[in-house]
Design a protein around this ligand. Structure first.
Ligand code: DGT
Ligand code: CA
Ligand code: CA
Length: 576
């Protein structure tokens, strides 16, 4: 949980309380606290670990204890209780720009509106304009806001990290049923898409009805949407829709393949099957002439039967993987074991919560050959950035710590801010002295497409820059990517021999799969970085690797899959 997430949680709590008509002092305490938290220089987690949580201004004792609860458990009791008392759809409505708790309450009380779809329907039927204090203009504005929201392709979808947690929790519970032999995750979650619509699960059982019964009666199930003989759908806390299919072992391979998708991939496979005289569905191959069904117990059997090499789920999007498999041209996808280091790491020098020594130790434990400490530069007000003088001390400190460690090389770096005009936050003299320079935009994100593109291209043209970090700046559920011409960024990266970052933070995950693949195809090297602010974040690398795999990325495309020797040569570092 970072400060932004905690502040969001408090803001949402305030909206729920207001919707419920609680007194305004209570709601205001939450919004004020959220504002104070957003303005903090340091991460609450860091303050908490250092016993300095009492020093936050503008937050009373009660809310401080809630912050501690969030830091320890990921949420707080009062919030969990409050969101249960308000339908999910209403919370979504309050999140629509221009609609607050008061309006949501009016729609609910007067028209019984409980979801965005119902609200949109009411607006189209002109039922909103007839409400008190509403009118034609406001009704149109609401409709436009809803349409804009729904056009975002990640609208209403869940970040993979949250969906994965829920799926594993359910899988564990299902495994405790005596009627369930095994549980498999399918759908977009298995394909490791950055966001997922719903969670698809497959269970192997000889007693489908008992398995279904167990599923729909799990304690946390909020609503049963469908319960049939071999499939069911339920709603789970957090607005998660869960689909379950029960299958006998004999059909497991075909069922798993079918529900892993994607739909486009499946359609292409079916075409291929038809060209060979078979119909393919979730039960196997049926011979068009004889009508005999060939069941597939293992997923591999399906690809084998069609003369294809096995396709990892991450590739199954019908983006050329079937053709590549037919001709033996599948990529050798990057894996965790290929990663030799991390090139985007923050220490206590800026807004990280661990010392450089602690970070180095954690990197050694993960088998890395090197890490780059890339603390923020000074104009990044939010992040306690380093002045040029501090950066020089930082370099000295890294040199000293390098002498302490034999098993890892610490590279001295920076995450240097790209200012609104494209200039960098440090002078060339100082950038030249660093082992590695990564650059990123942190402020002025609302710039128009042309200016933002020009700004980033200018930074990529600086001879001391090595990598562009978080190239699109999106944050799931908070802000979309900033407006930028990715083609031009990729071309500039290629021409100036710079790397582009796949940011492994599960809330960011930029570049996305299509941009990363485009970059690779242009011959641009990628860095799969974690942007670590606390030791645990190193393990987010798996999310970045998932994106890279979906982008067909191979070890040779990745800067931090290079050995220490190779990377020093690329970065022009002479001493090793
Ligand atoms: P999502 O949930 O939007 O993130 O994406 P998926 O891919 O998980 O989609 P979902 O949950 O609707 O369906 C799971 C899989 O089931 C999908 O990837 C492929 C298969 N499937 C669903 N509908 C169809 C269909 O109409 N035709 C074919 N061939 N396959 C389908
Ligand atoms: Ca799904
Ligand atoms: Ca589904």
């Amino acid at each position: 949980m970072d400060n932004v997430q905690i502040a969001e949680m408090f803001n949402r709590m305030a909206r729920i309380l207001e919707f419920k008509g609680e007194n305004q002092f209570k709601t205001r305490a939450y919004t004020n606290a959220a504002r104070s938290i957003k303005g903090l220089d340091e991460e609450l987690m860091g303050l908490y670990r250092n016993g300095k949580i009492d020093s936050i201004p503008g937050v009373g004792e009660v809310l401080k204890s809630k912050i501690v609860e969030i830091l320890e458990t990921g949420s707080f009791d009062a919030y969990e209780k409050a969101i249960k008392e308000v339908p999910h759809g209403i919370i979504d409505i309050m999140d629509v720009p221009g609609i607050g708790p008061k309006m949501a309450r009016l729609f609910y009380e007067k028209l019984g509106i409980k979801s965005i779809d119902e609200l949109s329907k009411a607006a189209r039927e002109h039922r909103i304009r007839r409400l008190p204090r509403m009118g034609e203009k406001l009704e149109e504005k609401i409709l436009r806001s809803i349409i804009r929201l729904q056009q975002d392709k990640d609208y209403g979808r869940h970040p993979i990290a949250l969906a994965g947690e829920i799926a594993r929790e359910i899988r564990q519970e299902l495994c405790s049923s005596p009627h369930i032999e095994k549980v498999f995750i399918a759908g977009s979650l298995r394909r490791k898409k950055d966001t997922v619509g719903d969670i698809d699960l497959i269970v192997v059982s000889d007693e489908p009805e008992k398995a279904i019964n167990f599923f729909i009666n799990m304690e946390k199930v909020e609503e049963i949407l469908e319960a049939g003989a071999s499939k069911a759908s339920v709603m789970y806390p957090g607005n998660f829709h869960i689909d379950l299919r029960v299958v006998e072992r004999e059909h497991l391979g075909s069922m798993l393949q079918h529900f892993t998708g994607s739909k486009e991939h499946n359609i292409h496979l079916r075409r291929l099957a038809i060209s060979k005289g078979y119909r393919l569905n979730e039960y196997g191959f049926t011979n068009e002439n004889s009508g005999i069904l060939k069941p597939c117990g293992r997923e591999e059997d399906i690809y084998d039967f069609l003369g294809l090499d096995y396709l990892p789920p991450e590739l199954r999007e019908d983006r050329g993987e079937i053709e590549a498999s037919l001709t033996g041209n599948l990529p050798r996808l990057i894996e965790k074991k290929d990663i030799k280091g991390d090139l985007h790491v923050h220490s206590t020098w800026s807004d990280g919560i661990n010392t450089i020594e602690e970070l180095a130790q954690a990197a050694i434990q993960r088998g890395y050959e090197y890490i780059a400490i890339t603390d923020h530069s000074h104009s990044t007000g939010i992040a306690n950035g380093l002045s040029e003088k501090q950066l020089i001390e930082h370099m000295g400190e890294i040199e000293r710590i390098n002498d302490e460690f034999d098993d890892i090389r610490i590279l001295s770096g920076t995450e240097c801010d790209i200012r609104a005009d494209g200039k960098l936050d440090y002078s060339n003299d100082i950038l030249e002295r660093l082992d590695i320079v990564i650059v990123a935009v942190h402020a002025g994100l609302e710039q128009d497409r042309t200016r933002m593109t020009r700004r980033i291209v200018a930074a990529l043209e600086n001879e001391h820059v090595d990598i562009l970090a978080h190239p699109t700046g999106r944050k799931f559920g908070k802000r979309p990517a900033y407006d930028v011409e990715m083609e031009k960024i990729i071309t500039a990266a290629k021409e100036n021999e710079k790397g582009l970052e796949i940011n492994s933070s599960p809330w960011r995950l930029d570049l996305n799969d299509t941009n990363a693949r485009n970059a690779k195809e242009h011959g641009v090297m990628l860095a799969i970085n974690t942007d670590t602010h606390a030791i645990d974040h190193f393990d987010n690398i798996s999310f970045g690797i998932d994106v890279a795999r979906r982008a067909w990325v191979e070890p040779d495309d990745v800067i931090n899959a290079m050995s220490l020797k190779q990377i020093c040569s690329r970065l022009g570092i002479s001493r090793q």
